[in-house]
Design a protein. Structure first.
Length: 172
């Protein structure tokens, strides 16, 4: 019973997301703060997890294909958000391979300046959602998900190492 209710709830959320997200794509370029709960990657991550659980997979495939032109048209203004979006799109591309999606991931990574990434968060904020711990987590996740052959891959781990050293944390 509980599993059926949860499944129905997720299907309802997926149906609602289809309409809500489409209207928000122009704001991709307007995000001016780092936020680990930034809506686009969070939604895509959730959809990829629902797909892996076989919850409404055909609808999720259709939504991703429908949104692809928007991801191609809008590149986040913040470099950290470019990396974040590229990382989550890599996760989506792993379950729903698409050449256009793969190309967009490479464009996002090529357009990411990792020197700028080091400055796009408040160093005094120490929470994972908005601060440097979230950036460190994202860089670690990116190094695990993004293929080594993609642009700027080698800069991901070196940037992470520099941030850890600068803030003297003990993250592994």
């Amino acid at each position: 019973m509980e599993q059926r209710i949860n499944r129905e709830l997720l299907i309802s959320v997926i149906n609602s997301l289809e309409g809500l997200v489409t209207n928000q794509f122009t704001s991709i370029v307007k995000e001016m703060n780092f936020d680990l709960f930034w809506r686009f990657p969070a939604v895509l991550y959730g959809l990829s997890e629902a797909f892996n659980l076989n919850i409404y997979p055909e609808k999720i495939k259709r939504m991703i294909k429908q949104w692809l032109p928007y991801f191609e048209a809008y590149i986040p203004s913040m470099h950290i958000n470019r990396l974040y979006l590229a990382t989550v799109l890599c996760q989506v591309n792993a379950i729903l391979p698409n050449k256009r999606l793969e190309k967009q991931i490479q464009i996002l990574l090529f357009a990411t300046d990792f020197e700028t990434v080091k400055t796009e968060f408040n160093p005094n904020v120490q929470n994972i959602r908005y601060g440097w711990p979230g950036v460190v987590w994202l860089l670690k996740k990116a190094s695990l998900i993004i293929p080594e052959t993609y642009p700027n891959y080698e800069k991901i781990e070196s940037t992470r190492t520099e941030i850890i050293a600068k803030y003297k944390c003990n993250w592994g």
